[in-house]
Design a protein around this ligand. Structure first.
Ligand SMILES: [Zn+2]
Length: 93
Protein backbone atom coordinates (compact mmCIF):
# COMPACT_ATOMS: atom_id res chain seq x y z
CA UNK A 1 0.00 0.00 0.00
CA UNK A 2 2.62 2.49 1.11
CA UNK A 3 4.64 1.74 -1.99
CA UNK A 4 1.80 2.55 -4.36
CA UNK A 5 1.17 5.83 -2.54
CA UNK A 6 4.87 6.69 -2.74
CA UNK A 7 4.83 5.94 -6.46
CA UNK A 8 1.75 8.11 -6.92
CA UNK A 9 3.46 10.97 -5.10
CA UNK A 10 6.57 10.59 -7.27
CA UNK A 11 4.48 10.57 -10.45
CA UNK A 12 2.48 13.62 -9.41
CA UNK A 13 5.64 15.54 -8.61
CA UNK A 14 6.74 15.06 -12.20
CA UNK A 15 3.52 15.61 -14.10
CA UNK A 16 -0.14 16.42 -13.94
CA UNK A 17 -2.22 13.23 -14.18
CA UNK A 18 -5.82 12.12 -13.82
CA UNK A 19 -7.11 9.04 -12.03
CA UNK A 20 -7.29 7.09 -15.26
CA UNK A 21 -3.63 7.83 -16.08
CA UNK A 22 -2.58 6.81 -12.57
CA UNK A 23 -4.55 3.56 -12.71
CA UNK A 24 -2.90 2.66 -16.03
CA UNK A 25 0.63 3.50 -14.90
CA UNK A 26 0.30 1.70 -11.56
CA UNK A 27 -1.80 -1.20 -12.89
CA UNK A 28 -4.54 -0.66 -10.32
CA UNK A 29 -8.22 0.09 -10.75
CA UNK A 30 -9.37 3.68 -11.03
CA UNK A 31 -11.51 3.09 -7.93
CA UNK A 32 -8.35 2.33 -5.96
CA UNK A 33 -6.75 5.57 -7.10
CA UNK A 34 -9.64 7.45 -5.46
CA UNK A 35 -9.07 5.43 -2.28
CA UNK A 36 -5.37 6.29 -2.15
CA UNK A 37 -5.69 10.00 -2.97
CA UNK A 38 -7.10 11.17 0.41
CA UNK A 39 -4.17 9.45 2.17
CA UNK A 40 -1.76 11.19 -0.18
CA UNK A 41 -3.39 14.52 0.64
CA UNK A 42 -2.80 13.82 4.35
CA UNK A 43 0.82 12.71 4.00
CA UNK A 44 1.60 15.75 1.89
CA UNK A 45 -0.08 18.05 4.41
CA UNK A 46 1.95 16.48 7.20
CA UNK A 47 5.07 17.31 5.20
CA UNK A 48 3.91 20.88 4.57
CA UNK A 49 3.03 20.16 0.93
CA UNK A 50 -0.19 20.17 -1.01
CA UNK A 51 -1.89 18.10 -3.67
CA UNK A 52 -3.18 20.51 -6.29
CA UNK A 53 -6.50 19.31 -7.69
CA UNK A 54 -7.74 20.69 -10.99
CA UNK A 55 -11.45 19.98 -10.70
CA UNK A 56 -13.81 18.10 -13.00
CA UNK A 57 -15.37 20.30 -15.68
CA UNK A 58 -18.60 19.68 -17.59
CA UNK A 59 -17.77 19.58 -21.30
CA UNK A 60 -21.30 20.64 -22.23
CA UNK A 61 -21.83 23.78 -20.11
CA UNK A 62 -18.37 24.39 -18.53
CA UNK A 63 -19.69 23.86 -15.02
CA UNK A 64 -16.69 23.47 -12.68
CA UNK A 65 -17.02 20.94 -9.83
CA UNK A 66 -15.05 23.23 -7.56
CA UNK A 67 -16.48 22.31 -4.17
CA UNK A 68 -16.75 18.59 -4.75
CA UNK A 69 -15.67 16.88 -1.53
CA UNK A 70 -15.53 13.39 -3.03
CA UNK A 71 -12.77 12.58 -5.46
CA UNK A 72 -14.45 10.01 -7.69
CA UNK A 73 -15.97 10.85 -11.06
CA UNK A 74 -19.31 12.67 -10.96
CA UNK A 75 -22.03 10.80 -12.83
CA UNK A 76 -23.55 13.84 -14.44
CA UNK A 77 -23.52 17.60 -14.33
CA UNK A 78 -25.85 19.17 -11.73
CA UNK A 79 -26.48 22.15 -13.99
CA UNK A 80 -27.19 20.71 -17.47
CA UNK A 81 -27.67 17.05 -16.45
CA UNK A 82 -25.26 15.86 -19.12
CA UNK A 83 -22.65 13.21 -18.50
CA UNK A 84 -19.67 14.47 -20.49
CA UNK A 85 -17.26 15.41 -17.75
CA UNK A 86 -13.56 16.17 -18.15
CA UNK A 87 -11.46 14.28 -15.63
CA UNK A 88 -10.03 16.08 -12.62
CA UNK A 89 -6.24 16.13 -12.65
CA UNK A 90 -3.74 16.12 -9.81
CA UNK A 91 -0.22 17.39 -9.36
CA UNK A 92 2.19 18.34 -6.61
CA UNK A 93 3.62 21.77 -7.25
ZN1 LIG B 1 -23.11 20.79 -17.57
Amino acid sequence: MATIRQKMIELLRNEELDAHDLSQILSIREKEVYEHLPHIVKSLEAAGEKLTIHPYVCLTCDYVFKDRSRLNRPGKCPRCKEGSIRMATYEIL
